[in-house]
Design a protein around this ligand. Structure first.
Ligand code: CTP
Length: 694
């Protein structure tokens, strides 16, 4: 699992440093490349020679190499590593890491680290329990580091309590879990059939084929490496598999393979049928060796059950079935027939027409065919091909998870044309699959949920952009994001939309684990993420309805207000994060405040009577917009700091300047006066109105 992973192991001056030797050994055994960095104090507890011998690399301790004077680049280590482990981590090093005290190579390496960092504290129980240590640990957690909690037990001081460094084997498991973390196959049960079948003619002869089983074994290994529990039903092959996550069932004949596969399939999530199963078997198996009796000989054959087709018949909706086709002619056409006939989700085609593909060799050249199309892959080792196939399975498992969402969430929404983007470029070194999944979940949540019973025509839908920027992500599923929400409604008869709402929410904290379903139950704020999104959606729908009919959005704005009020009452720390006058709560509070009623009425005048009308009758439309500007002035006089008085000017500058490009000087004067008063920072823009000539 850790094969090919570059690990920086930081060792500090604790009695537990002796365990670092075992940790290096275990990591190397798992296939990792380990670079040890020690603090000067650590050398008192374990010699660099031990660790350099075990890791196969010189141990780094000083900023400069003592003899050559060469610089030991912590920056390069930070880029090289897939993960850093600090084990044991003393109270002093934890404090330095939390405080950024970069007085040794280990801490500078930590500060330059782009990969996830795991910290395994080791100290006496009182030091561990001390508020300063606990505070530093919390600080490190807040930076997204993974703390491998100290275990309880007897300590070097002979006291008993919490403070022992976690055992090296457990640390390695934790690291393996992290790298597996977001694989769609974790915990999935997979059945793989592999190899040929032998159909007995008599005690010494059989009908068989050239299948080596290599492809099926490679698939079983790859699924297990991605966290699946695999049952490998293997025909007679001379192959070994050692992964403890693979349960091997050896069979010989097609009938035995059928029985074994049918027995495990009901509890499986995925079945990959790579065995070359004999289609026929001798009708009779002679009890003793058959003798040569005549020149000709006929063996009567009887058909075997088709395992793939039998599983296809009982598979239902929630499982994946993958087949293989080895063809010599009309390859694609034959493969497609099998795909359909056996009810497979996809079929892997290898054609004997291709050199290096098929039975006897270590390479294969395949195409993956499903009902939607075909992807061709180049000639690769069977191990690499297995990776491609399993990656395809993982993708389909994600899709399947969405298809199984409850109906209420997948009913097609009509109000929004929403675009949801998740930008995780700020987060370094994390497994990106979770971000892709979260983005998909968010899209489905916003777009598929039916937020209203109102009927929207295609041209009435509100255009929304939800852009999440992930600031930090921890492997326990904790996200810290900012969210830019932007919404605009189409202008009737015109080809553009006018901004309705725009706001940057600087901090949303929530938890999301791979495949979590994003559900929202009204007034249930268990999930801060869905509550926040539902809040914005209701707010936007409410504002849109306000712009369609005077104060028409009250029902939905009240829903948004209820969410905000509940969060406030619950003291949800994640809710009122920005503080001051400009947060989620104050936005809805602003908008629903009685003093802001002119702003709500303005929406109707501005959008419906103004913009929508302007397209047919410019003067009439502009007149309504001028009336809406007077309402804006009124609201501003009552609540100058309210968010919406600014919003309505800030994001509509160009539009307003355009609207007043043709009007009387008096109209120009009055509107420039109002706007410059409300939003003086844009006065040069408003002045453009005056300069525009009729
Ligand atoms: N298969 C199976 N059980 C069988 C025969 C085939 O599970 N008795 C599976 C294979 O493991 C493979 C797929 O069905 O995944 C296609 O196998 P193939 O031998 O190409 O298909 P057949 O239906 O036997 O067609 P053909 O007439 O080409 O042999």
């Amino acid at each position: 699992m850790l094969k090919g992973k570059n690990i920086v192991l930081g060792v500090t001056g604790s009695i537990a440093a002796y365990k670092a030797a075992l940790l290096v050994r275990l990591l190397v055994k798992e296939g990792a490349d380990v670079q040890v960095v020690m603090t000067p104090a650590a050398k008192e507890f374990i010699t660099p020679l031990t660790l350099s011998t075990l890791s196969g690399h010189p141990v780094l301790c000083d900023f400069f190499h003592s003899e050559s004077g060469a610089w030991n680049s912590h920056v390069e280590l930070g880029l090289w590593a897939d993960a850093m482990i600090v084990a044991p981590a003393t109270a002093s090093t934890i404090g330095k890491m939390a405080g950024g005290v970069a007085d040794n190579l280990l801490v500078t390496t930590y500060l330059s680290m782009k990969a996830p960092v795991f910290i395994a504290p080791a100290m006496d129980l009182d030091m561990y329990a001390h508020p300063s240590t606990q505070r530093n640990i919390e600080v490190l957690k807040g930076y997204g580091n993974h703390i491998i909690e100290a275990a309880a037990g007897e300590l070097a001081s002979h006291l008993c309590g919490k403070g022992r460094m976690e055992e090296p084997a457990a640390i390695v498991e934790r690291l393996k879990d992290f790298f597996l973390g977001n694989s769609a196959l974790v915990g999935k049960k997979v059945l793989v059939t592999a190899g040929p079948t032998y159909e007995k003619i008599d005690p010494v002869r059989f009908i068989g084929n050239y299948s080596s089983g290599k492809m099926g074994f490679a698939i079983a290994e790859e699924c297990a490496a991605k966290g699946a529990d695999v049952t490998l039903v293997a025909g007679p092959v001379s192959l070994e598999c050692n992964n403890p996550k693979i349960k091997r069932v050896d069979v010989e004949s097609a009938r035995e393979m059928y029985d074994a596969a049918m027995a495990v399939f009901p509890t499986c999530d995925v079945a990959v049928l790579s065995a070359a199963v004999a289609d026929y078997r001798p009708a009779e198996c002679a009890p003793v060796k058959m003798k040569r009796t005549a020149d000709d000989m006929c063996i009567e054959l009887t058909p075997n059950s088709d395992i793939a087709a039998s599983l296809g018949a009982i598979k239902g909706d929630g499982r994946l079935l993958v087949g293989f086709a080895l063809e010599t002619n009309n390859a694609e056409e034959n493969a497609r027939l099998k795909l359909k006939k056996k009810n497979l989700d996809f079929i892997v085609l290898n054609s004997l027409e291709d050199k290096g593909a098929g039975f006897a060799c270590d390479t294969n050249k395949v195409s993956i065919i499903d009902k939607d199309g075909k992807s061709d892959f180049p000639l690769k080792s069977k191990k690499e091909v297995a990776k491609d196939i399993v990656a395809h399975i993982s993708r389909l498992l994600v899709v399947l998870a969405f298809m199984l969402l409850p109906l209420s969430a997948s009913a097609e929404g009509e109000e929004l044309n929403a675009n949801v983007t998740l930008n995780a470029s700020k987060v370094q070194g994390s497994n990106t699959e979770v971000f892709t999944q979260l983005e998909e979940s968010l899209k489905a949540f916003v777009n598929d949920r039916k937020w209203t019973t109102n009927v929207y025509e295609e041209n009435e839908r509100i255009n929304c952009n939800f852009t999440f920027v992930v600031n930090s992500y921890a492997n326990d599923g904790s996200f810290d994001c900012s969210l830019m929400v932007q919404a605009s409604r189409p202008v009737y008869g015109a080809s553009y939309s006018s901004t309705l709402f725009q706001y940057e929410d600087k901090s949303i904290k929530f938890k999301y684990q791979p495949f979590d379903r994003l559900e929202f139950i009204e007034e249930n704020l268990d999930n801060n993420l869905t509550a926040v999104i539902a809040f914005y959606v209701y707010m936007i729908i409410g504002m849109d309805l306000d712009s369609m009919g005077e104060l028409g959005g009250s029902e939905f704005l009240n829903k948004a207000l209820t969410i905000a009020n509940n969060a406030q009452n619950l003291g949800d720390a994640g809710w009122r994060v920005v503080g001051g006058s400009n947060n989620r709560y104050s936005i809805i509070d602003d908008y629903m405040n009685g003093a802001m009623e002119p702003v709500r009425k303005l929406m109707y005048k501005y959008h419906r009577l103004g913009l929508d009308t302007m397209f047919k009758n410019a003067d009439e439309g502009r007149k309504a917009i001028t009336e809406s500007m007077a309402l804006l002035k009124k609201a501003y006089e009552d609540r100058p700091m309210a968010y919406f008085t600014k919003l309505l000017t800030e994001y509509k500058v160009d539009e307003i300047v355009n609207i007043y490009s043709k009007c009387t000087p008096d109209e120009k004067k009055s509107v420039v006066e109002i706007l410059s008063n409300i939003n003086p920072s844009l006065s040069s823009e408003w002045e453009k109105i005056k300069r525009n000539n009729n």
